[in-house]
Design a protein around this ligand. Structure first.
Ligand code: MTE
Length: 329
């Protein structure tokens, strides 16, 4: 029982009223990722939690040398404890704290719309259909923090090739799981940040086919934890993080541009394109620099200049040659 643990001696009693603070006080947040799942589950049981902590498993993949970066990787505990996943709350630790019970198996990912062969992939097929590779990508959030994350997954284009994209398709729409029972932010408008769920995103077809567009099923060599978008999420590293939609259940090929969640919520602040661009500020803050999250807290994170297209201009600048990026933000 928690009051028998030595941490009580050094922690004010008030802190113990809240399970989330108990986990933090004991430092379980920091060590949780490095201990076996069944032990984690045991630790959560200590606090009378009915659900168990999520268990990730090892993946087989090759490291892709084309996608290495000169910068250091963001430590695992930051990647998995500082998240945006409004279905589980708007606080940075809410996704970790509220998502551990998410059921990812069984899962069903559908690829449909303007395709020759619609696909329905269950959890096992999803992990086996295509060879897995590891890529180190920068993730630049529109809120001006950033990380470097070692994702494991496969190119989006490889999955779309399996489905056979029809010549009528111009765009790709993505949809996150809608399950208010599992996702408290979908039950409570305030907790969910006002977003109209399910969370939806989209890309132009040429963006989706770009070699950088990636579907991630893992990070740091293991299957994704729920807070990072298990079992499968998009990663488009030259765009602000909100384009990288999590826990996807539907990929639909369309002949028109689909609506996107943040654009629907605040169209003057968030466009369809959302390319990382240090010269086009957010209406309420500058996008010229970012805090690169490393060891220590967010406010000790180093401020660095933001790069055009998040440093991926060589691969993607040609996609926007004829586009006014101020107008199409
Ligand atoms: N996907 C869904 N379904 N819901 C969300 O709230 N947040 C986005 C994106 N994908 C979000 C989402 C935002 S704003 C960012 S910055 C990234 O996820 C964060 O990814 P991370 O938590 O793995 O770092």
């Amino acid at each position: 029982m928690p009051w028998e643990l030595p941490a009580t001696e050094v922690t004010p009693e008030s802190v113990f009223r809240d399970r989330r603070n108990i986990v933090k006080a004991l430092g379980l947040g920091a060590i949780g990722a490095s201990i076996p799942g069944h032990v984690q589950a045991g630790l959560f049981d200590l606090f009378g939690e009915k659900r168990e902590a999520f268990v990730t498993s090892n993946l087989n993949y090759r490291s892709n040398p084309e996608f290495q970066l000169p910068e250091s990787l963001t430590p695992l505990d930051k990647v998995t404890r500082h998240n945006n996943f409004y279905e589980f709350g708007t606080g940075k630790q809410d996704p970790f704290e509220n998502s551990q019970g998410l059921k990812v198996n069984p899962w069903m990912l559908k690829v449909e719309g303007e395709v020759e062969r619609p696909l329905t992939l269950d959890y096992d097929i999803l992990l086996k259909l295509l060879p897995l590779e590891e890529r180190h990508y920068r993730l630049r959030c529109v809120e001006a923090w950033s990380m470097v994350i070692p994702w494991v997954g496969f190119p989006l284009a490889a999955l779309l090739a399996k489905a056979g994209v029809k010549s009528s398709a111009t765009h790709v729409a993505f949809e996150t799981l809608f399950d208010p029972e599992q996702m408290p932010g979908q039950r409570n408008r305030l907790m969910g940040g006002g977003i109209h769920y399910p969370y939806v995103e989209g890309l132009r077809l040429d963006e989706a086919m770009n070699q950088l567009s990636f579907l991630s099923v893992g990070l740091y060599g293991k299957t994704l934890p729920p807070q990072n978008g298990a079992p499968v999420r998009l990663v488009v590293p030259w765009k602000y993080g909100f384009k990288s939609i999590k826990s996807i259940v539907k990929i639909r090929l369309l002949d028109k541009q689909p609506p996107t969640s943040w654009n629907q919520l605040a169209p003057h602040e968030y466009g369809f394109y959302a390319n990382v661009n240090p010269r086009v500020d957010h209406p309420r803050w500058s996008q010229a620099t970012e805090r690169r999250i490393a060891e220590g807290g967010i406010f000790s994170a180093k401020r660095i200049p933001t790069q055009m297209f998040n440093g991926y201009g060589e691969q993607v600048a040609h996609l926007y040659r004829d586009l006014d990026l101020r107008k199409y933000y």
